[in-house]
Design a protein around this ligand. Structure first.
Ligand SMILES: Nc1ncnc2c1ncn2[C@@H]1O[C@H](COP(=O)(O)OP(=O)(O)OP(=O)(O)O)[C@@H](O)[C@H]1O
Ligand SMILES: [Mg+2]
Length: 277
């Protein structure tokens, strides 16, 4: 049984804009899944189906094999935590600490557990020092981290991050990269994220869905996806710098094996230059 599965999911907004067409998406346990696609491809609309914010116009959304109903929606929102693209949609308490405590308080946890979870979540995203601040007076990147902390504090089994890197500085992106990997490794959390930062995808994702105009136009592992330049181009996406550079070296006669991550490329280049066996 998959944690999340959509079958032939279609969705049209009330103004009849068709945003999703026949989406078949699967999130298995402990996966790190990237959803990439240009502006308006349908990524945010798809994510809002994962915990019942939107209901399909047709087709099905199954969470742990079950459709979302009035009876199970509370449980499902504990199980699937979504961080929205725009942090202002998510932050409303007078202080950062209270904001991050909002979810765990609603779960009915005791004060000590709430305190522990809030400080753990703030530390995971590196903003313990912002605890007493007023969220609306924070920078965009700081707000983004507050919104992520608020969802992590709920300890969902599936964490959905819509454009988590938008507005983060390079250090923030590196931190995010590390914590997504550690949430997946340490806690077995399944992480689904969308991003326009294709260079980040090989570092984080095990599996990729490519969306274009409301459809899934390709799916596969990092090497399966980034070996399809024509498909990416037609979906208005770039190939990340590392595979693009290594492919060009190969095409120019350098004997080098393909790589997609920074560490993989370093290894390939050292071998190509005879510095490694
Ligand atoms: N509230 C809405 N009402 C009507 N149409 C909408 C609404 N929100 C989004 N859309 C339309 O649905 C389509 C998909 O939008 P969506 O926000 O899911 O794209 P996205 O892939 O998340 O894009 P981005 O990369 O810009 O975040 C677009 O054509 C968009 O114009
Ligand atoms: Mg979006």
């Amino acid at each position: 049984m998959h944690l999340i599965e959509t079958r032939e999911l279609c969705y049209s907004y009330p103004n009849r804009v068709t945003a999703l067409e026949k989406i078949n998406f699967i999130a298995p346990r402990n996966a790190r899944i990237a959803v990439i696609g240009s502006n308006g491809a349908g990524k945010s609309t798809l994510f809002k189906h994962f915990n019942g914010i939107f209901r399909p116009t047709s087709g099905q959304v199954l969470i742990r094999g079950e459709p979302i109903t009035k009876q199970n929606i509370k449980e499902i929102r504990k199980f699937v935590g979504i961080v929205f693209q725009n942090p202002d949609d998510q932050i409303f308490s007078p202080t950062v600490e209270q904001d991050v405590a909002f979810g765990p308080t609603n779960l009915g946890l005791d004060a000590e557990t709430i305190h522990h979870r809030v400080h753990e979540a703030l530390s995971v995203v590196g903003i313990e020092h912002l605890a007493p601040r007023v969220p609306h007076h924070l920078s965009g990147g700081e707000k983004k981290r507050v919104a992520i902390a608020g969802v992590i504090a709920m300890e969902p089994e599936v964490l959905v991050l819509d454009e988590p890197t938008a507005g983060l500085d390079p250090r923030g992106v590196a931190d995010l990269d590390n914590f997504i990997n550690s949430l997946s490794k340490k806690y077995g959390m399944t992480v689904i994220f969308s991003t326009h930062d294709v260079g980040l995808v090989p570092e984080i994702a095990d599996f990729i869905y490519v969306m274009d105009k409301g459809r899934i136009v390709a799916q596969g592992t990092v090497d399966e996806i980034f070996l399809q330049p024509d498909m990416l181009k037609s979906a208005r996406l770039d190939i990340p710098v590392i595979p693009r550079l290594l492919r060009s070296l190969k095409e120019n006669g350098v004997e080098i094996s393909m790589a997609y991550t920074y560490s993989g490329a370093e290894e390939s280049l050292l071998r190509a230059f005879g510095k490694r066996q």
